[in-house]
Structures are given as C-alpha cells and as structure tokens.
Design a protein. Structure first.
Length: 113
C-alpha cells in the first residue's frame, strides 16, 4: 500500500479487542436482531474476528473466509460511505485486510470513549 496506515503492526490493530470467544458470542447474539447482519458494525466485527482467527491459525479456509469478509466490508463502504478504492489504495486483498484492521481499531477506540 502506498499510504501510511498506523495498524501495519497487527498487535496494535487488535491489542484491545475482546477475547475471540466473547466477540463470537456477541456477534451470534446480535444476529437475532433483523438487519444487524447487514450493518457496517456487523461486517466490520465479523471481518476483524475472521482476520484474527486466520492470523492465529492461517489455515486456508479461515484465510479465505477472512479475505471474503474484508471484501464485503470494503464493498459496503464503497456503496454506503463513499469509500474510494483509489483514494485508499485498496487494490489487493492484503489492502482490504489492512483496511479492516485500521477501521476496527478506530471503531474499538470509539467504543471505549
């Protein structure tokens, strides 16, 4: 990527994230709310959870699931928030994962304030 993202260090991206089990339980509980599964928050949290799992296990099904979730978040943000692929240099799947990490870090900081 050509822009300077602050979460290239994976530890910074997920340092204050809830435990994986807690995040999974929260996402499962939230899906009972119709429409939440289509929300940006759900897409972001799901992408971050799958990214974290893939980083721990790095098995191909998890990696592919994480890539797909990152792509869905980017597509959502393009459609609903005016995200520009060119403006954010989000051309490759690795860029999409870096975008998830940065957006999750920003979201998590907002939750803690």
């Amino acid at each position: 990527m050509t822009n300077d993202r602050t979460t290239e260090d994976l530890g910074a991206a997920y340092a204050d994230a809830p435990a994986l089990d807690d995040e999974l339980a929260c996402l499962r509980a939230c899906t009972s709310d119709p429409g939440f599964g289509l929300s940006r928050e759900f897409l972001l949290r799901q992408a971050a959870l799958l990214d974290r799992l893939a980083l721990q296990g790095a098995v191909m099904p998890l990696v592919l699931a994480a890539l797909g979730a990152a792509d869905r978040l980017v597509s959502h943000d393009i459609e609903h928030h005016g995200l520009s692929l060119r403006g954010h240099d989000l051309f490759a799947s690795d860029d999409h994962q870096a975008y998830v990490r940065e957006e999750y870090r920003v979201w998590l900081l907002a939750q803690n304030h």
